[in-house]
Design a protein around this ligand. Structure first.
Ligand SMILES: Cc1cc2nc3c(=O)[nH]c(=O)nc-3n(C[C@H](O)[C@H](O)[C@H](O)COP(=O)(O)OP(=O)(O)OC[C@H]3O[C@@H](n4cnc5c(N)ncnc54)[C@H](O)[C@@H]3O)c2cc1C
Length: 822
């Protein structure tokens, strides 16, 4: 055994160096010292010491000798790399250039520096933003009746439109100097969340002008003249904007728009000027039917070379005023009974001058870059906030309903089947709100979080849809029967809208999250690709060499870390957090290393083909996404002062995320095309097999209990949920009743026991209640409490019914229904 000591301890030293990511030279020196010391101390003899030393020298000397390494290893590899590296398309390059890398880069590194996450400032609203939430937002919520909007008017009522404009809801992203509110991303998110809890049609209407569209595009790329003119008009609702990109032939593949504009001379405001003659057919455009300012994406051509040599100038963005001759708009689509304005807009040979191009002539052809840059921000705010707002309001409502709705003599929230659904609702609500908060905070730190935005958009809306389904099931028929008292049905009905817009979810998951994350967040891949662009060969080789060997060390380290953390059940390593969360950070360390290892191997083995292996790419994206979501939850827990009462929510959502990561990694390995590589990876990633389990039933019970009773954790979950108990807000009223419902429970148990025992006279509730007082089963106060709660609860277990004429859509149909043809 002593003979093997130098080799074994040398190997251990290599593993420690790889695990801890020591640099090559100190790692090699230390390993040599360990081998020699072990040889001397164990008396292993010179051969047993020299052999491992020789082996070490064979690897370490060439790698540490910089000029030798560059010449004999890196140069030939560079030649191969240049040949096999797929060239990025312009679209891909633009997408890659559009964003910055934040904490997601740490997750991709396989060894996240948690101090960076926890050092990020705690997101908070300013006094002014909080006042807006407490003032105009509360007022707008109180004015809003979603049934009136979605069924009776198929539009927001006039006074709601006026209020939105007057209070500058459309100007949240516009700076104060242009008359806007200049809110932080967090404040926009808070406003949208609150509105969403009341009406999806309302929050979409407010969200769109504050997201990708004329306002944001002008802010970033507009000429001074355009900003000075349009931004104040957009801020106070003088102009209603929309942005038209999608058409019948170009949905997900938006770069293929057939809409075009030809450079020519034409007349504008009585003058003869150079401009573009536009022909386009767009659909699904939000706010288009009532818009006054149309942002338009089209491909610009200059066949007569009026502007220069180029004929195909590329995708360009223009602003078209609604009164431009030839513009056709006003008809509406009907998106799943949501009533926000949405419809087609068309034009044939419409002339606008070059001054109507966003950013003027110099930005012609830059449209795609402009859109992608703005999307890297907006995608992380509007839709994730809407999803968070809907899910949180749904969680609060469903918890209260499950407590007051009784079947088989007990609150339905006590049945294990309902508990399971409530646990998913609570857990996802915690996760989605942490995710939405994290992506808004990234924007407020000045990042352009392209990858987190895609993660937030996909996972918030996807889980929003899952939760909407659970909310429906817990409510049963109450949520099925639409009407003013149904606060759940429309949210479920319209949940696919958020899934479809701003990059439909299947494509976002399959192509974008990992596709962009792999290159952008990887510490070496982009550097390797960038090195190829260098013109000077010496510089190119130098840059490539540094990136390549860094990459090799990175890969070795991730393999070692993945195995060691797997073998130790992720129980080792210094991490932040408290006694409750330290194991969570360690678990994320393990899966970050596993992701980095499997992602690297996939890129190495599949190369450019990985782009088309969407199922592999999607699953790797799932691992990255769940790492990001879990980190966002840990940050939220720290920011909120490590609240003990939130621990069941955090734990449920965390175990769910880890289980999803395990599933996704397992899916990659089971379907990995090169089987021997998959076997090796499996040994490194799952040395003891799949050991993660979904959140336990006991944990689920604790989450369900949080939703069903007032408490600190529930209140925190209800942040930015509109709960004022007024006439338009059944959720607020039901929530206000919850303490009395709970207080009545022991009294009701006494009462029901007496009823079941046949002790009380009478056949109906009121008679039995009166007799319970007479017989001393209940006190007068107890009987009044029961009667009060029963009466108040009736409203929430009731559903609406209608005269048939009230349900007929449109006046024509109503007439037909009322007066059948003679
Ligand atoms: C209510 C509503 C409002 C909208 N508002 C606007 C607006 O204001 N302005 C605007 O310009 N557009 C708007 N849109 C358009 C929206 O952005 C598109 O619907 C979306 O981009 C998807 O295009 P599509 O519906 O044509 O689906 P398709 O492109 O036909 O996609 C169908 C399916 O194929 C999947 N898919 C496509 N390509 C791939 C791929 N490579 N890999 C895997 N899956 C893929 C998609 O994920 C989707 O599931 C709106 C749409 C709706 C429904």
């Amino acid at each position: 055994m002593a003979m093997l000591a130098p080799a074994l301890l040398g190997l251990l030293s290599v593993l420690v160096a790889a695990y801890a990511r020591w640099r090559l030279l100190p790692g090699s020196v230390l390993t040599a010292a360990v081998i020699v010391t072990a040889g001397v101390a164990s008396g292993a003899g010179w051969l047993a010491t020299a052999l491992p030393l020789l082996l070490l020298a064979l690897v370490a000397v060439p790698l540490n000798g910089l000029s030798w390494r560059r010449r004999y290893l890196s140069a030939p590899l560079l030649a191969i790399f240049q040949k096999v590296t797929p060239k990025l398309s312009d679209t891909e390059q633009i997408a890659l250039d559009a964003g910055t890398v934040g904490f997601e880069g740490e997750l991709f590194s396989g060894k996240p520096d948690w101090r960076k996450l926890l050092a990020q400032p705690k997101p908070a609203l300013s006094v002014e933003e909080q006042a807006f939430l407490d003032g105009p937002v509360e007022k707008l919520c109180a004015m809003t009746n979603d049934w009136q909007i979605t069924h009776e008017l198929a539009d927001l009522p006039g006074e709601v439109w006026d209020f939105i404009k007057k209070e500058k809801f459309f100007g949240m992203i516009i700076p104060k100097k242009y008359g806007g509110l200049e809110f932080s991303a967090l404040a926009q998110s808070a406003v949208l969340q609150k509105l969403m809890g009341v009406s999806g049609s309302l929050s979409s209407t407010v969200g769109v002008p504050n997201s990708l569209g004329p306002g944001e595009l002008l802010l970033h790329y507009g000429t001074q003249e355009q900003r000075d003119y349009y931004l104040p008009r957009l801020a106070d609702g003088h102009e209603i904007p929309c942005f038209a990109l999608t058409g019948p032939y170009a949905g997900s593949d938006a770069t293929s728009i057939p809409d075009y504009g030809v450079v020519c001379k034409g007349e504008w405001n009585g003058a003869n000027v150079i401009g573009v003659r536009l022909t386009f057919d767009k659909r699904y455009i939000t706010l288009a039917p009532i818009a006054t300012l149309f942002g338009l994406a089209f491909r610009m051509y200059d066949p007569e070379h009026i502007l220069g040599d180029k004929e195909d100038i590329g995708i360009t963005l223009a602003l078209i005023p609604h009164d431009t001759p030839g513009l056709e708009y006003g008809r509406r689509h009907f998106p799943l009974n949501a009533a926000f304005q949405n419809g087609p807009v068309r034009g044939k040979e419409i002339f606008v001058p070059l001054s109507q191009l966003i950013g003027g002539e110099k930005m012609a052809g830059q449209g795609w870059r402009m859109l992608i840059e703005c999307l890297s921000i907006g995608r992380g705010i509007t839709l994730p906030s809407n999803a968070a707002g809907g899910v949180k309001a749904g969680a609060i409502a469903t918890g209260a309903y499950a407590r007051l709705r009784k079947q088989f003599g007990i609150a339905i929230g006590r049945f294990e089947g309902i508990e399971e659904a409530l646990a998913r609702i609570g857990g996802h609500a915690y996760a989605i709100s942490a995710l939405s908060r994290a992506s808004a905070a990234a924007v407020d730190r000045g990042e352009k979080p392209a990858v987190p935005s895609a993660i937030a958009k996909y996972h918030a809306t996807e889980r929003g849809r899952e939760v909407a389904k659970d909310i429906m099931d817990v409510h049963g028929g109450k949520a099925v029967q639409l009407g003013p008292g149904n606060y759940a049905g429309r949210a479920w009905q319209t949940s696919p809208i958020a899934v479809t817009v701003e990059g439909a979810n299947i494509m976002t998951r399959s192509l974008m999250i990992f596709g962009q994350g792999a290159i952008r967040c990887h510490p070496y891949v982009l550097r390797e690709m960038e090195s190829l662009k260098l013109a000077d060969y010496r510089e190119k080789l130098k840059a490539f060499d540094a990136a390549l060997w860094g990459h090799v060390g990175f890969a070795v380290s991730n393999a070692v870390r993945s195995l060691v953390l797997g073998l130790s059940f992720a129980k080792i390593g210094r991490v932040p957090g408290d006694a409750y969360t330290r194991r969570y950070y360690r678990k994320l360390n393990r899966y970050a290393a596993a992701l980095a290892l499997v992602a690297d191997t996939s890129m190495l083995v599949l190369g450019g083909k990985l782009k088309f292996k969407e199922k592999i790419s999607a699953r790797l994206g799932d691992v990255l996404s769940n790492l990001y979501i879990a980190s966002a939850m840990l940050k939220r827990y720290e920011d909120q002062g490590r609240p003990v009462n939130d621990q069941p929510l955090l734990a449920w959502a965390f175990h769910d995320a880890v289980y999803r990561m395990q599933d996704a990694l397992d899916g990659v390995l089971r379907n990995f095309p090169l089987r021997p590589v998959a076997w090796l990876l499996r040994a490194l990633v799952f040395p003891f097999g799949r050991r993660e389990v979904p959140p336990s039933d006991r944990l689920g019970r604790r989450v369900a209990a949080i939703l069903c009773a007032p408490g600190e954790a529930r209140d925190r979950l209800a942040e930015w949920v509109y709960l004022t108990p007024n006439a338009n807000n059944p959720v607020g009223r039901m929530n206000a009743l919850l303490p009395e419902v709970i207080a009545a429970e022991p009294v009701e148990r006494k009462f029901l026991k007496a009823v079941k025992a046949g002790e009380l006279l009478g056949y109906d509730y009121d008679a039995q209640l009166a007799d319970a007082v007479t017989k001393g089963v209940l006190s007068q106060a107890e009987s009044e409490l029961l009667a009060r709660v029963r009466k108040a609860s009736f409203e929430f277990i009731s559903v609406d019914d209608f005269d048939p004429s009230e349900l007929a859509a449109g006046k024509q149909h109503q007439r037909k229904l009322l007066r059948p043809a003679a």
